[in-house]
Design a binder for this molecule. Structure first.
Ligand SMILES: [Zn+2]
Length: 354
């Protein structure tokens, strides 16, 4: 097993706490200013929708609490707040969502800026604004960050071929989401397959690639593929990628095999044959989609596909996707088993010792 470390871009991490010690989920905007180590402590000012007329002499030096929506963009709300001399901006959502509001502003923003949920906004109006209490806002800039790919390799039997099979799953998740389905499930399936495959005699090299930093733009898989030599690329026969393979959402009844060009390849045709052979209950559906770690394998010409459950016709993903609700309760062990069976049997059919 090897670990492959790589750099990832700087990022902002925000924390928001009320004077009473209540933690509020806060999503710092990418362009937010960082605060000092002690954070910014201040009173909140209810700045309505963030119109110029929503500010007055009292808003100066306070942290503006602004509602999303109305006619103004996030950018204009923040600019209006800055022009009014506030010390920070918190925008709360106007619709319910489990995770804090995420938005970006451009330009040289000199104050901390970020988003919270609708219910957090309502709570702050009641227990901080109405009682003239304070909040502490902490935004840190994290620099020199790294992530890692973890690669487990099983060599072929003596006299086997020099071809390589790549099975991948990313193990990172997005902020404020536990990542049970995205992608604890793909990681779990790959781990289980690695456990099972260790006792099988193989004719080709099998690599399990546990990928870091997928969620910030497929950074880990790009690094892995870029580090393959031209010879390794030539010897690579396929990439089976598993990302969100076990949602319990009842509408996601079809197992999508996503390829970058929407065309079938060795991965999808083998999976279809195997699914028929082992009589898995669900339908497989070929779909054109990138957005996961199969993209870079495809880029260098390796047949690659991602396995993911979606709602047929609409192609929707589960509603828990990238939210704090992506928890074990919404993971289906039956679906996990089905994908692991299809991917495992497909991989085995392509690399077994004959
Ligand atoms: Zn994912």
């Amino acid at each position: 097993m090897t670990t492959q470390e790589f750099s990832v871009p700087d990022k902002k991490m925000g924390e928001l706490k009320t004077q009473n010690g209540r933690e509020v989920l806060f999503n710092a905007s990418a362009n937010s200013a960082a605060t000092g180590n002690d954070g910014l402590t201040g009173q909140l000012f209810n700045a309505g929708l963030g119109l110029p007329s929503d500010f007055n002499a009292e808003s100066k030096g306070k942290i503006a609490l602004i509602k999303r929506g109305g006619d103004l963009t996030f950018q204009v709300k923040v600019e209006n707040a800055v022009a009014a001399g506030v010390a920070g901006v918190i925008i709360y959502n106007h619709e319910d969502s489990p995770g804090p509001l995420s938005f970006n502003v451009s330009g040289d923003i000199k104050i901390p800026v970020g988003g919270i949920t609708k219910s957090s906004g309502a709570a702050l109006l009641t227990d901080v604004v109405a009682e003239n209490k304070t909040v502490t806002l902490n935004v840190k800039e994290l620099k020199n960050l790294t992530s890692s790919n973890i690669i487990a390799t099983k060599a072929p039997e003596k006299g086997g071929s020099n071809e390589i099979m790549h099975v991948s799953a990313h193990y990172d998740s997005v902020p404020f989401s536990p990542g049970a389905n995205d992608n604890g499930t793909g990681t779990a399936a790959a781990l289980e397959l690695a456990r099972v495959f260790k006792d099988y005699k193989l004719d080709k090299e099998l690599r399990f690639v546990f990928v870091g930093a997928e969620e910030i733009g497929l950074v880990g898989s790009k690094h892995y593929v870029d580090k393959l030599s031209a010879d390794e690329v030539k010897r690579s026969i396929a990439n089976y990628n598993m990302d969100m393979v076990a949602t319990a959402w009842d509408k996601a009844t079809v197992l999508y095999t996503n390829t970058v060009d929407g065309k079938p390849n060795l991965v999808t045709t083998t999976a279809n044959e195997v699914a028929k052979l082992i009589k898995t209950p669900s339908t497989l559906f070929l779909f054109q989609r990138g957005s996961s770690d199969h993209v870079d394998f495809h880029r260098v010409g390796i047949p690659a596909a991602n396995f993911i459950w979606r709602e047929p016709v609409t192609n929707n993903l589960e509603p828990y996707y990238h939210t704090p609700d992506d928890v074990l309760k919404y993971v289906s062990s039956a679906k996990l088993k089905e994908v692991a069976n299809i991917v495992g049997a497909s991989v085995y059919s392509l690399i077994r010792k004959k």
